[in-house]
Write a protein that binds this ligand. Sequence first.
Ligand code: 5RP
Length: 226
Amino acid sequence: MRALFLEKQVSQDEKKIQVAKAAINELQDGIILGVGTGSTVNYFIDLLANQAMHFEAVVSSSEESTIRLQQHGILVSDLSSTGDIDIYVDGADEATKQGYLIKGGGGALTREKILASASRKFICIADDSKFVGVLGNFPLPIEVIPMARSYVARQLVKAGGNPVWRDNFVTDNGNQILDVSGLKITNPPELEKNLNNIPGVVTVGIFAIRTADKLLIANKDGVQII
Ligand code: 5RP
């Protein structure tokens, strides 16, 4: 008799819910919590509203997340008044096993990078479609000062990239985004540093100088901790 093996089917949304639940399990009472941005984090925010822990403060990385937190009755505090964050939970567009990330698909990279840098522990949550060997398939988001956009774009072309202006998009900080494909990201910390040095660049979507401390990656069989 021929054995029939059925591949388990788990949707991307189900994986995002699983990994958001796993992130809730990482939290403790009384901490200062940082909250990232994106569809995976949205599940995390919805779960936050239905658990019993009490946090000293909750800090948000975007207007979008702030609104969602407030809609759940969660008070959002300002980073300048809380001091450093104990645990920061955020998604990613790409993640490697070293904790290197590309972020900014949702355009919130600047505040996300500030919260990541201000956190004692950065937990990155993602489904397995984001887990890669080398960064760079996802076009790298770079937030730029509007008057410097073309200048920065020319420097990125010289560096081997193909920048595309994210049309009709203004960041929470009033800036613009260039999405850059074609860059070789073989040394993420070095490229992050070099691109940061172009005048007019506000934030580079490579998170490699401050990596994620823990990756929670959801696959069809559960959540892998890396
Ligand atoms: C927003 C981000 C997000 O974390 C990233 O785009 C992942 O989002 P999603 O969970 O929707 O896939 O960096 O600026």
